[in-house]
Ligand binder design. Structure first.
Ligand code: FES
Length: 157
């Protein structure tokens, strides 16, 4: 249990979508930050697609809104500015390179650690950008920095 009485584990609940800004603005800036139901998120506009995720990196809470976007294995990723972890924009998977020790001449391969960063849904309506928080009940590593004592934005209630 957290101090505010909520459980650390995300429960299955439906969040209402929240307007976070104008389409015209994010198309110019290509990223924006917002607080949605007391959760800090970053929204990216990259190659014609919108992506939203928890703003603090699952590894150690780094500021993902300050990272660069690069393609790895053909997948657009945000590169955390703190320790350069790569997180896919579309799915929140952590990517890493591995080498087969039995085949040292082989090229490193990109592998997935699974979903580490919680991804939220972005919709556009009448020129406005809306974010709907993920209500998936699985425990996501980035929840640690988005909830409880590590949350920067405290609930006003
Ligand atoms: Fe993001 Fe370490 S905090 S890579």
């Amino acid at each position: 249990m957290n101090l505010d009485g909520s459980a650390q584990d995300p429960e299955k609940r439906e969040y209402s979508s929240v307007c976070v800004g104008r389409e015209d603005d994010i198309k110019k800036s290509e990223r924006m930050t917002a607080v949605v139901h007391d959760r800090e998120v970053v929204i990216f506009y990259h190659k014609g697609e919108y992506h939203a995720m928890d703003i603090r990196c699952y590894h150690s809470g780094g500021p993902l809104h300050l990272g660069d976007i690069e393609d790895f294995d053909g997948r657009p990723c945000i590169v955390c500015p703190w320790h350069k972890y790569k997180i896919t924009l579309a799915t929140g998977e952590g990517l890493y390179q591995s080498i087969n020790p039995k085949d040292p001449s082989a090229k490193p391969k990109w592998c997935s650690k699974g979903v580490k960063q919680r991804i939220h849904t972005v919709t556009v309506d009448n020129g406005n950008i809306y974010v709907t928080l993920s209500s998936e009940p699985f425990k996501c590593a980035s929840d640690f920095y988005a909830t409880g004592d590590f949350k920067v934005i405290k609930s006003s209630s």
